[in-house]
Write a protein that binds this ligand. Structure first.
Ligand code: SF4
Length: 346
């Protein structure tokens, strides 16, 4: 778990998304969500591979040509082949970025260098299919397979955006415990803190990870960590739904329902039911104005193993960001009721 003194998650990003004028035409693609809303919660590491290999600004645009497995990067007019240069650069730069301990990466969509998926690949005759990956993005994803990655275009989808944010903060916490002295106790503590979160994504992954912990003594601790880390990030990649979240909330409620009065219990059942029906957002239990919710929130933190004495921890930062996103959605929708088309969890 992150401690108060630990820095914000460090994320790689295509430099043009931060407003740097590094594109082939001297322009940028500044993204207001990334710079204004998300930016204060993370430290960006901007990278423009085309600029860094010396292609200059402005420059001749490039495209991917050939087949999806082994495309070439070719300048559109002169036909200059940049493939070897970009690949050499990618091998070196991914090594540097690995050492920076990145917790995620945001790529510029459609770019033959930075695009994460569906990048156009041209045939030598000029036709194109959308099944390519930018050469630099491919190198990053190969070298850092567990690290959460997204494109700015996909982050316009509220469900994908919240999933990405969640994965970043959990991955950051995972990086911390994986870098510390490995022990079964530390792994159990981590699993306890995240088990309901896992349940909200995938019950089968949740059970498999629980089994992995239960049988952990039979394998070398390094192997157990490696398997757990892979399972953890795979689980979080499965989309959470309102139904699965409600299921996890009901599991949590089982831990402390006897401490609630009948009226409080009914109120909580109603909140979960309304959330399941997508009438209210998941952040509703974080409304600290209500005494009941204050009580529940404290119990939820304790039940999940999270400590509220770590205000700058991963969970606190993620919560603040989610609350801010929730407030934006409510402002955009013009009322307090979250319509089904605005609910983040499908
Ligand atoms: S998409 Fe990548 S290579 Fe292109 S301008 Fe942006 S950062 Fe540079």
């Amino acid at each position: 778990m992150l401690k108060k003194s630990q820095p914000k998650p460090r994320l790689g990003i295509s430099a043009c998304l931060l407003g740097q004028q590094v594109r082939y035409d001297g322009g940028h693609k500044r993204d207001s969500f990334l710079t204004e809303v998300f930016g204060p919660f993370v430290d960006w590491v901007p990278v423009c591979p085309e600029l860094e290999v010396g292609m200059g600004v402005p420059r001749e645009p490039v495209r991917l040509v050939g087949n999806a497995d082994e495309p070439s990067m070719i300048a559109e007019r002169s036909g200059k082949n940049w493939t070897a240069t970009i690949k050499r650069f990618s091998a070196r730069r991914t090594g540097e970025l690995k050492r920076l301990n990145l917790s995620g990466y945001v790529f510029k969509k459609d770019s033959p260098t930075c695009g994460m998926e569906r990048v156009k690949i041209y045939t030598p005759r000029g036709g194109a299919t959308r099944n390519g990956i930018g050469l630099f993005a491919a190198a990053i994803m190969t070298e850092l397979p567990l690290m959460p990655v997204e494109e700015e275009g996909r982050l316009n989808d509220p469900a994908l955006r919240e999933n990405f944010i969640e994965r970043i903060f959990v991955y950051r916490s995972w990086q911390e415990i994986a870098a510390a002295r490995k022990s079964l106790n530390a792994l159990i503590e981590f699993h306890t803190a995240h088990k309901f979160q896992l349940l909200a994504h995938s019950e089968s992954h949740y059970r498999a990870l629980g089994r992995a912990i239960a049988t952990a003594k039979q394998a070398p601790i390094g192997e157990v960590y490696e398997r757990y880390g892979r399972g953890l990030m795979n689980a979080l990649s499965v989309p959470a739904t309102a139904k699965k979240h409600a299921n996890a909330l009901e599991h949590m409620m089982g831990y402390f329902s006897t401490e609630l009065s009948p009226g409080e219990r009914q109120e909580l059942v109603d909140v979960i039911r309304d959330y399941r029906r997508r009438l209210i957002p998941l952040i509703a239990p974080h409304d600290f104005n209500s005494p009941l919710r204050k009580k529940i929130s404290g119990r939820v933190f304790a039940t999940s193993g999270l400590s509220r004495s770590q205000p700058e921890g991963a969970y606190a930062a993620q919560s603040r960001l989610m609350v801010r996103l929730g407030a934006r959605r409510q402002k955009n929708s013009g009322n307090n009721r979250i319509g089904t088309d605005r609910c983040c969890h499908r």
